[in-house]
Ligand binder design. Structure first.
Ligand SMILES: NC(=O)c1ccc[n+]([C@@H]2O[C@H](COP(=O)([O-])OP(=O)(O)OC[C@H]3O[C@@H](n4cnc5c(N)ncnc54)[C@H](OP(=O)(O)O)[C@@H]3O)[C@@H](O)[C@H]2O)c1
Length: 243
C-alpha cells in the first residue's frame, strides 16, 4: 500500500516553491490530510483555498522548538513528516555577515529539522509505522562555493537523518534523505545554472518514497553526482556505543 494512501502528513515550508507542489502531490496520491505549515498565514491559507478541507494551514517557525512541539502534539494523528522548510543565503564564509548567516542557516536547516522530527516521533511510534522525509541538498554531500554555511547546515541535517535511520532500524518507521541539485524555484532564481523542473522533482521524490527508497537523488544533477560517488550511499555508521 502506498504510504500516501490515507496518510496524515505534516509538511513544513508548505507555501514555498517545492512545498506547494508537495501539497498537491500528496492529496493526489490519496493523503487523508496535509498539515501545511509556513511562515506566512496568507501563504498557507491560500493552499486550503486552492485544495479544500483536507489541507490544514498553520503558521509555524520551525526554529521555535516549543512552538513546533505545541503544534505537533495538538494533532490527533500523524503518519508522515516532510521537512521541506529551508533557507539558503548564498553568501561566502568570507562575508562579514558570515557568522550571523551561518546561525540562521543552522537554526532553520538543521535545528528546525531536529525539532519537527523529535515532535513527530511519538505520533509515528503510536501508529507503529510511518515516514520521516528530510529535504536536504546535494550541498550536504558535495562542497558548493559559496554555499559553505548552507552546505554545513544541510550536512548536519544529513548526519541527523542517517543517525535517526540507524536508531529506528528494526521499526517500521523509515527515514528518507532527499539530496536535490538546483531546482527552478524562488530559492534558485538568482543562480545562472541549469535547474531541474520542480514538478518533475516532486514526482520523482514521491515515487521514490512510495518505492521505499531512503537515498533520494531526484534530478539529473544530483543523480549524476551520486553515480560518480557511490560511497555516499554507504556511509560509515558506528553503532553500539554504550551511553
Ligand atoms: N530550490 C533549490 O534549488 C533547492 C536545491 C536543493 C535543496 N533545496 C531545499 O528544498 C527545500 C525547499 O526549497 P524551495 O526550493 O521550495 O525554496 P523556497 O521556495 O524558498 O521555500 C522554502 C520555504 O521554507 C520556509 N521557511 C524558511 N525559514 C523557515 C522557518 N524558520 N520556519 C518555517 N519555514 C521556513 C520559507 O518560508 P518564507 O518564504 O515565508 O520565508 C519557504 O516557504 C529547502 O529545504 C531547500 O534547502 C532546494
Amino acid at each position: 500500500m502506498s504510504p500516501f494512501a490515507d496518510a496524515s502528513i505534516l509538511l513544513t515550508g508548505a507555501d514555498g516553491g517545492l512545498g506547494q507542489r508537495f501539497v498537491e502531490a500528496f492529496l493526489h496520491r490519496g493523503a487523508r490530510e496535509v498539515h501545511a505549515c509556513g511562515m506566512r498565514i496568507e501563504g498557507v491559507e491560500a493552499l486550503r483555498t486552492r485544495h479544500g478541507p483536507r489541507v490544514h494551514p498553520y503558521v509555524l517557525d520551525i526554529t521555535d522548538a516549543s512552538g513546533v512541539q505545541a503544534l505537533v502534539s495538538s494533532l490527533s494523528r500523524l503518519t508522515m513528516v516532510v521537512n521541506c522548510a529551508g533557507v539558503e543565503l548564498k553568501r561566502p564564509l568570507t562575508d562579514p555577515a558570515a557568522p550571523r548567516n551561518a546561525q540562521l542557516e543552522m537554526a532553520v536547516n538543521f535545528l528546525g529539522t531536529v525539532h519537527t522530527c523529535h515532535a513527530a516521533l511519538p505520533h509515528l511510534r503510536q501508529v507503529g509505522t510511518g515516514q520521516i522525509v528530510n529535504i536536504l541538498s546535494i550541498a550536504a554531500l558535495a562542497t558548493i562555493v559559496p554555499l559553505g554555511a548552507y552546505g554545513a547546515s544541510k550536512a548536519a541535517a544529513h548526519q541527523a537523518t542517517v543517525a535517526l535511520r540507524a536508531e529506528l532500524a528494526g521499526t517500521a518507521i523509515t527515514v528518507h534523505g532527499v539530496y536535490p541539485g538546483w531546482i527552478a524555484t524562488g530559492m534558485g532564481q538568482d543562480v545562472a545554472v541549469a535547474k531541474a523542473d520542480p514538478q518533475a522533482v516532486i514526482t520523482d521524490i514521491c515515487d521514490q518514497i512510495e518505492s521505499g527508497e531512503t537515498w533520494i537523488f531526484p534530478d539529473p544533477m544530483s543523480r549524476g553526482l551520486a553515480e560518480q560517488h557511490p560511497s555516499w550511499r554507504n556511509p560509515a555508521v558506528l553503532t553500539g556505543l554504550d551511553t
